[in-house]
Design a protein around this ligand. Structure first.
Ligand code: B12
Ligand code: SF4
Length: 493
């Protein structure tokens, strides 16, 4: 059986980094970890080929080679997924689909032959059993969640790593918190399920042995969901692993209570983490109470961010506007917060209600949903909620935030606020030829052609004098700023 695994295209979004990838001549930011993991679960006698449409074209030859197409996607890839399914069906290929898009919206994909939903660890074996017996069903679902001890290492041999900016690895799934707009707990549960430290090290070895030396993203919903295991087992193992390795800086997602635990911060930095994405959502306590983000309430969030930055962790922040408790002053409050905190990568989105969440159920009951579906990207200026303050006022406020924080003047000012605070990373990443060229290209594109040229050179000069070791980071952040500005200009403003 020839299985063609296909990963649909991401549109230009905040997280696609499309406009930044060009500087380092990469095609995509992250590999399709879900499909690579599913590929590793297929029986040895199956032939596999993977086409990530973000980095390679899907050719007629690929389709002719295949007996079946396996498609995996998240909501934001919906349009591309629909097109690919139609193309496969037109050539007579059977289509199997799974992953978050199909798990959340199975009814929207009547044309798919077999929907293998939820975690493939639980549903793929039944499909494979039925395939053998010639008795396939339309839908495979699971109740409950798998344990990750038997999840195989992803089949890295199916992709060309050089085309990606970062590699990905997953240690845990699930999150102990309960924010009402979030579908992580619906999809992955409350109890963090973990891989063992040995599994993680074995996966890292494979990536390292394949020649990878650049960034590695721990794609956990909340990396610090089980602090005890982290401190006792995983982080010591990572520190040990790093002893004889080069590069491979880690980054991940975590909750703000990381700021309360100095030991955990230091272990993470020693293990090679230099950035964390944190859902901060709002500086407004009433809005945090409304969405039940209790872990962020009654804290000095700016102090928390600075604590993490000083420890050596860049904080990237997720923010939301459109809560019922938000008022017209919330917009300026959020701008001030972001500027003061030095959160350079600030993902500000409109509140959306994904189906399956408590927020969705509440608003549906109150007849406040504008549609059942969400775009899948909450930074594209759309929402399926009728906001209390009115859509026009919300959109005007939202645009004012994005215009302000991504204008060259305020963006570069924020980078400086951050670099002043940032403790040095413990990992030296070798400066390869591409990084050197990226510096050169940014000098031309941002420093000569770009509107931000004055701010760009001022930041470079300041960093060179005050924090010379952070110059590569300053260049990277300048390139990110270019991407975020282009996304704002083309999608939001
Ligand atoms: C890494 C990640 C990203 C990366 C994407 C990397 C990439 N190239 O895929 C980045 C940072 C770019 C990203 C961005 C976004 N993300 Co994201 N992301 C994740 C995260 C944390 C991990 C994904 C992952 O690699 N998991 C590990 C693999 C092994 O799991 P998996 O992909 O789910 O695959 C398993 C099953 O789904 C299934 N499966 C998957 N594919 C297939 C295919 C077949 C054929 C079969 C049978 C089974 C199957 O089997 C696998 C093994 O169990 C998930 C949360 C999570 N825990 O999964 C959110 C998640 C996928 N993201 C989500 C969202 C909403 C977003 C954003 C829209 C956020 C935003 N507001 O901007 C953006 C949109 C993307 C974009 N480019 O703009 C949602 C998607 C919800 C949905 N219904 O689609 C998730 C589920 C988080 C959540 N809130 O619930 N994200
Ligand atoms: S902390 Fe993050 S992942 Fe956990 S429930 Fe809240 S928003 Fe979701």
């Amino acid at each position: 059986m020839n299985v063609l695994l296909i990963y649909p295209k991401f549109p230009d979004t905040f997280w696609s980094f499309n406009y930044a990838l060009n500087f380092i001549r990469k095609k995509a930011a992250y590999p399709p970890l879900g499909l690579l993991t599913v590929a590793a679960m297929l029986p040895d006698e199956f032939q596999r080929r993977l086409v990530d449409v973000n980095v390679d074209g899907l050719t007629d030859d690929d389709l002719a080679w295949a007996d079946v197409a396996f498609i995996g996607a998240m909501a934001v890839q919906r349009d591309s997924a629909k097109q690919i399914i139609a193309r496969c069906k037109a050539t007579g290929l059977k289509v199997v689909a799974g992953g978050p898009l199909f798990t959340a919206e199975p009814d929207a994909f009547e044309e798919v032959d077999h929907l293998i939903l939820d975690e493939a660890e639980l549903t793929l074996p039944s499909f494979l059993g039925d395939l053998k017996n010639g008795d396939l069903k339309k839908i495979y679902r699971a109740s409950g969640f798998c344990d990750l001890y038997h999840t195989p290492p992803p089949s890295w041999d199916l992709i060309d790593m050089k085309k990606y900016a970062s590699m990905s690895i997953q240690f845990s799934r699930g999150c102990p918190f309960n924010c009402d707009f979030c579908n992580v707990t619906v999809l992955f549960g409350h109890r963090p399920r973990l891989k063992s430290a040995q599994q993680v090290i074995a996966e890292l070895d494979r990536i390292y042995d394949a020649g990878w030396r650049s960034n590695i993203f721990f794609v956990d919903d909340n990396f610090i969901g089980n602090k005890r295991y982290l401190k006792a087992r995983l982080l010591p193992a990572l520190i040990d692993w790093r002893q004889d390795k080069k590069g491979c800086v880690f980054f991940t997602e975590a909750s703000i209570n990381l700021a309360d635990d100095t030991e955990l911060q230091h272990l993470m930095v020693k293990a090679g983490f230099d950035a964390v994405f944190i859902g901060i959502e709002s500086p407004n306590d009433a809005s945090l109470a409304e969405c039940q983000k209790v872990q962020n309430k009654n804290r000095d969030l700016i102090h928390d961010v600075k604590t993490l930055q000083r420890a050596g962790l860049e904080v990237q922040g997720g923010f939301i506007v459109g809560f019922d408790s938000d008022t017209p002053s919330t917009f300026q409050q959020l701008i001030d917060f972001i500027q003061k905190s030095g959160i350079v990568t600030a993902m500000v989105g409109l509140l959306q209600a994904p189906p399956g969440t408590r927020l969705f159920d509440r608003l549906k009951k109150d007849n406040r949903l504008l549609g059942m579906k969400i775009s899948g990207d909450n930074v594209d200026g759309t929402t399926n909620i009728n906001p209390k303050m009115g859509l026009d006022q919300l959109m005007n406020g939202y645009r004012s935030i994005m215009r302000h924080i991504y204008s060259p003047k305020h963006y570069y000012r924020r980078v400086k606020v951050f670099l002043k605070e940032f403790g040095n990373s413990k990992v030296d990443t070798p400066i390869d030829f591409q990084r050197f060229l990226a510096f050169f290209r940014s000098g031309v594109r941002l420093g000569i052609v770009g509107k931000e040229r004055f701010h760009f050179w001022y930041l470079m000069a300041w960093t060179l004098v005050r924090k010379p070791r952070l110059l590569p980071l300053a260049v990277t952040l300048a390139i990110y700023g270019h991407h975020f500005r282009r996304i704002c200009e083309t999608h939001i403003l």
